[in-house]
Design a protein around this ligand. Structure first.
Ligand code: HEC
Length: 153
């Protein structure tokens, strides 16, 4: 095999690897921003159902956590926060991660980590500290909703 051939094969493989990482890790499967400026993320019907169900769980979760801080109910805080942690992301449909652009994944993972942290804080932290953590997390909901919409295929 000539040196030239080996060199070309390496360059080609590197290009393919970069292409795959770019498409599945950084870019995802997106549609251009519409009039309201939100980028579309293309998903199948079942992926859309999964993501929206997760969203409704987020909303129900923050409501439960917030009202539990008002009652100082530490068990209820931990029980509501734990299922919204990183663990849930592991149950995402195969292929969905590759469709999400990097900014979406960053915000999503950071939010799951916030809920893991809230669950860990629940037994000992001041209620106002937990409320501050919930308030900071809500900024991630706001940021993602301002940037992305779902485009169901
Ligand atoms: C990583 C991005 C991201 C984060 C973080 C995020 N969302 Fe969403 N959410 C979306 C997208 C995208 C939609 C669909 C919007 C659209 O297509 O118009 C959505 C939709 C929703 C819906 C509508 C559900 C339905 O059944 O139609 C609710 C409720 C919701 N989000 C709540 C939340 C709450 C509460 C948080 C924070 C605790 C949150 N989301 C964080 C991306 C995100």
């Amino acid at each position: 095999m000539s040196k030239w051939f080996c060199g070309s094969a390496i360059v080609l493989m590197a290009a393919i690897t970069i292409g795959v990482v770019l498409r599945f890790v950084v870019l995802g499967d997106t549609a251009p921003a519409d009039e309201d400026g939100r980028q579309g993320v293309r998903m199948s019907k079942s992926e859309t159902r999964f993501v929206l169900a997760e969203m409704r769980d987020f909303l129900a979760g923050v409501q439960t956590i917030y009202s539990a801080t008002l009652r100082q109910d530490r068990n209820a805080i931990a029980e509501a926060a734990a299922p919204l942690g990183r663990e849930v992301a592991a149950h995402a449909p195969a292929g969905l991660m590759g469709k999400l652009p990097l900014g979406f994944k960053r915000l999503g993972f950071a939010l799951h980590e916030d809920f893991d942290r809230i669950a860990k804080m629940a037994p000992h932290a001041e209620m106002v500290t937990i409320q501050k953590e919930v308030s900071d997390s809500l900024n991630k909901c706001v940021a993602c909703h301002a940037s992305f919409r779902i485009e169901t295929e």
